[in-house]
Design a protein around this ligand. Structure first.
Ligand code: UDP
Ligand code: MN
Length: 354
């Protein structure tokens, strides 16, 4: 091999080495830092790893009436909000299809409810009816917060339902008991629910269920339209309008009036909601003001600026005191009539004639 050939060979080998390392370098993913899991209050929940395997579940074959685009199931009620959140009404969905879809996901739903002071008397009616009608056949953990755990009746629940009793302190004002629910829920998400459940709903204890409340309530952020105010124009309903309160909604604004007795969603969304609402409550306290309808006013403000992804019609929280209009075909859940003077603490609410 003469010198010239050796040179050519060296040049080819060098080019190969440079080419190889050059290409390998280019084809490497750019060396960016791995994203940190965001544990701040805007996103607490570490999401599960996305499952990329190819086994996907198939719905069972089912027989049901065919849907037609030119034949709406109901024409007497609003089925969709202006931001395209569906509103749940009897006669608009097929529970069998929803159940079949939901079963594939194996979710656990948590229900947070409070029975403090005299409200322990409502536990039995609540749990008895919820055991029968709330997400029947699906996994539900009831979390009952009470100052009197010894008063919780021992009840036989369906095998897929569990009851957890958690002791909480009582407050002298009923408004504080009601408002502090937001704080307790937010804290309990951090410490427990974050790991224990997929969806979380907060419900009043002074209610009973009379009809099925099924998986149609499951979505990312869910509010219930109040049975008292669903026909009222926005400026005459009960929003907090005083600008000094953190719950204030300026006049001319507002979608629906939402009931604080029943709301929920994914754990991370309920965490954001309860944390934000309780922050508002705390700031109001520091400023010597209390919103007109307590945590419900803060909830209404939150849901105005964080639109719910699904709405429950007043069927899902019907007040027994109201005459039942035609559009309410079923009363799924109703408040229990209560003697306010008896069940609430002595301090009168300035907004409520006792
Ligand atoms: N609550 C309670 N003890 C009280 C007051 C309120 O446990 O002394 C809880 C209970 O879960 C109740 C909820 O706070 O359902 C909301 O209060 P309430 O039902 O009196 O409000 P309303 O539905 O009448 O607006
Ligand atoms: Mn209530």
């Amino acid at each position: 091999m003469n010198i010239r050939k050796v040179h050519i060979l060296i040049v080819i080998v060098m080019a190969g080495i440079i080419g190889y390392f050059g290409i390998t370098h280019i084809s490497q993913p750019s060396c960016q830092p791995v994203r940190q899991v965001d544990l701040d209050e805007t996103s607490l929940v570490i999401s599960r790893q996305t499952d990329l395997n190819e086994t996907f579940s198939v719905l069972p074959r089912m027989s049901y009436p065919q849907p037609f685009v030119d034949k709406p199931q109901r024409t007497d009620v609003l089925l969709m909000s202006p931001w395209l959140a569906p509103i749940m009404w009897e006669g608009t969905f097929n529970r069998d299809i929803l159940n079949a879809q939901y079963r594939q996901k194996n979710f656990v739903v948590g229900v947070a409810t409070f029975a403090v002071k005299k409200y322990v008397r409502f536990i039995e009616g609540f749990l008895g009816s919820a055991n029968k009608f709330f997400l029947s056949g699906h996994r539900v953990n009831f979390y009952l917060f009470t100052d009197q755990p010894e008063k919780v009746p021992s009840m036989k629940l369906a095998p897929e339902k569990k009851l957890f009793t958690i002791t909480v302190q009582s407050y002298s004002r009923w408004q504080d008991i009601s408002m502090n629910r937001m704080d307790i829920i937010s804290n309990h998400i951090r410490t427990h629910w974050h790991y224990e459940v997929d969806y979380l709903y907060s419900m009043d204890i002074d209610v009973q269920m009379f009809e099925h409340i099924g998986v149609e309530i499951i979505d990312t952020l869910v509010g219930t339209i109040s049975s008292w105010q669903y026909t009222k124009p926005r400026d005459s309903n009960s929003y907090e309008r005083r600008p000094e309160s953190r719950a204030a909604i300026p006049s001319g604004e507002g979608d629906f009036y939402y009931a604080a007795s029943f709301y929920g969603g994914s754990v991370s969304e309920v965490y954001k909601l309860t944390t934000a609402c309780f922050k508002g409550v705390t700031e109001d306290r520091a400023n010597g003001i209390e919103a007109k309808w307590h945590e419900e006013s803060h909830l209404n403000k939150y849901l105005l600026y964080h639109k719910p992804t699904r709405l429950l019609s007043p069927e899902y929280y019907w007040d027994e005191e109201l005459p039942q209009p035609q559009i309410i075909r079923v009363k799924r859940l109703s408040s229990v009539r209560k003697d306010l003077k008896d069940v609430r603490s002595e301090m009168p609410d300035p907004h409520f004639e006792l």
